[in-house]
Design a protein around this ligand. Structure first.
Ligand code: GDP
Length: 194
């Protein structure tokens, strides 16, 4: 898989916007500011890639990218932004409902902040992945911001709070330092092939 061969496809907001071919869909989710774009850019080895189509203030949407014509990178809208309206939250929920009901997900990548206990919104997102019955991994980003001595405790708290099944790995990651990239890619390749 040539990760550099990545291009924006479209923003999806309604059922007919979602690709219906059988290319695997690798789905990224995380609360706003957790570093989702940074993680995606680090994985792809690109700068500012995941921002190509960022449209702040526009309606909640799901961004589709095509990687090497072999997989879709699906960028779910960031959640849990403090100033978001009730109506906006409802649109987020409705969009998740639409996407997950289509059963298009191949593997989920949930990004959380390794420094903090997962939020209620993180738990809600984890519930969506768990209910999908598809493989899912948790990427604990901003590893460079904690002390080594905090690592095990924080990972355990993430696992417990998100109620992760034993088979869901939690991978310490730093988009800043490039730590964890190979491990995340190995999991993705394990599910979709290389
Ligand atoms: P998004 O809203 O989830 O897409 O988050 P961004 O990728 O825009 O990142 C939000 C902020 O966190 C930016 O200031 C990034 O530079 C910073 N950030 C992202 N990943 C890391 C990381 O691994 N370590 C540190 N220290 N900062 C990070």
């Amino acid at each position: 898989l040539n990760l550099h061969n990545a291009e924006f496809l479209r923003s999806a907001v309604k059922e007919s916007d979602f690709p219906s071919d059988r290319l695997p869909q690798v789905v990224f989710a995380g609360k706003s500011n957790v570093g989702k774009s940074s993680v995606i850019n680090k994985l792809l080895g690109r700068k500012n890639f995941a921002r190509v189509s960022a449209q702040p203030g526009k309606t909640v949407h799901i961004n589709y990218f095509v990687i090497d014509r072999k997989m879709y990178l699906v960028d779910l809208p960031g959640y849990g932004y403090a100033r978001v309206s009730k109506a906006e939250q409802q649109r987020w929920g409705a969009l998740m409902e639409t996407y997950f009901a289509l059963g298009l997900l191949t593997v989920g990548i949930q990004i959380v902040d390794i420094r903090h206990k997962p939020t209620r919104d993180d738990v809600t997102m984890a519930d969506w992945f768990r209910a999908s019955d598809k493989p899912w991994i948790v990427v604990a980003n901003k590893l460079d911001k904690i002390k080594k001595s905090q690592l095990e405790g924080n990972l355990a708290e993430i696992r417990q709070t998100l109620l992760l099944p034993a088979e869901v790995p939690v991978i310490p990651f730093s988009a800043e330092k490039g730590i964890g990239r190979d491990e995340v890619l190995a999991h993705i390749y394990g599910y979709i092939g290389k």
